[in-house]
Design a protein around this ligand. Sequence first.
Ligand code: FAD
Length: 374
Amino acid sequence: MAEHRVVLVGGGHSHVQVLRAFARQPQPLARLTLVSDSLEAPYSGMLPGHIAGLYSREAMHIDLAALAARCGADVVPQAAVGIDRPGRRVVLADGSHLPYDTLSLNIGITPDLSSVTGADRFALALKPIGRLLAKLEGALGSGPPAKAPGQILVIGGGPAGVEVALALRARLAGSEQRPHPWIGIAAGRGLVPRLNPHARGKLARILARKDIEVLPSCRITEVAADGAKAEDGRWIASDLTIMATAARGQPWLAGADLPLSPDGSVLVRPTLASTGDDAVFATGDCAELVGQRLDKAGVYAVRQGPVLAQNLRRRIRGEPPMAYRPQARALAILSTGDGRAVASWGDRIAVEGRWVWWWKDWIDRRFVEGFSSP
Ligand SMILES: Cc1cc2nc3c(=O)[nH]c(=O)nc-3n(C[C@H](O)[C@H](O)[C@H](O)COP(=O)(O)OP(=O)(O)OC[C@H]3O[C@@H](n4cnc5c(N)ncnc54)[C@H](O)[C@@H]3O)c2cc1C
């Protein structure tokens, strides 16, 4: 029988689990290829801790080349830029094509900078993380910075924006610069609106204590080199502006003629296969489960990984796929940059403290370290 060519595009949280599952239990006739624009997969849950100086760069990355080697997968170190579905080929950045029998996408999302004039030139987006880290190191240096930016504006009051603002405060506490920089969060859609009110209250108090100004209902419409303009005409001076706002599916997905959600994510069935093509799977932030708008959070990409691995095997063996059922409520733990954290669960439970950080640290380290050995 012919080999079944499975092409995994992106080294996201689901695909690392597929690679590990196929390394642990090889699948006869499967030929795996990983296409990734980076051979190091960053684990975003540890990004704020890295910015705050609590983790090294190595600690928050998974070595994709080593992981792929363990299951005998080929690695194509390039970005995918298109899918030729009638020809069943992935189009690569260098213009070449990679044939597949089954394709799986786990490529995350890309910041939507279109609604803020100048954001693409003057603001730093949180994703892709590799680019963010390079630019942050350029702005802050890799050790405790001697010369820090005087004003930092984070646009977006969601969990990522709040964690990054707190991490920057912790990181810059080591700076020799006095006074310490002003840090503000433009929270146009409110402060962590999807967390429960108890968690929201705790975070608001922590931000105030750490002298991070929350600008409520402040919608930024324009970013320049020296600041940002709000919808109400206010000018906010800033020499480091970070975009932590909504993101969307990668633009090239629109050319693949697959059913997409309004934010450009691939619409998938509970089997994680596209609603328009059984040969194309999508998971994590780049996918939307039909009829269920899940948050763009790594926990879902992580939980989808084992189901995806199983369904790829079943497809190779010609068996019916299984269904992924998302958890009704997800745990969110936000690092406050100082060795403490706030956890939010459901509508009313919120806890805070050093032990919450230890809990988060244990979860995150266990996940990343789980890919460094068989
Ligand atoms: C600061 C911050 C903190 C966060 N903290 C948490 C948290 O604590 N808990 C939580 O649940 N969520 C958290 N999130 C959200 C989380 O980052 C995402 O939901 C998660 O990363 C999505 O995982 P994914 O596997 O879909 O994609 P990603 O983790 O984004 O991985 C996609 C991979 O695909 C590669 N890739 C991208 N495009 C291409 C292409 N065209 N071709 C080839 N390869 C490509 C990328 O290099 C990347 O490695 C945080 C986000 C941020 C920004």
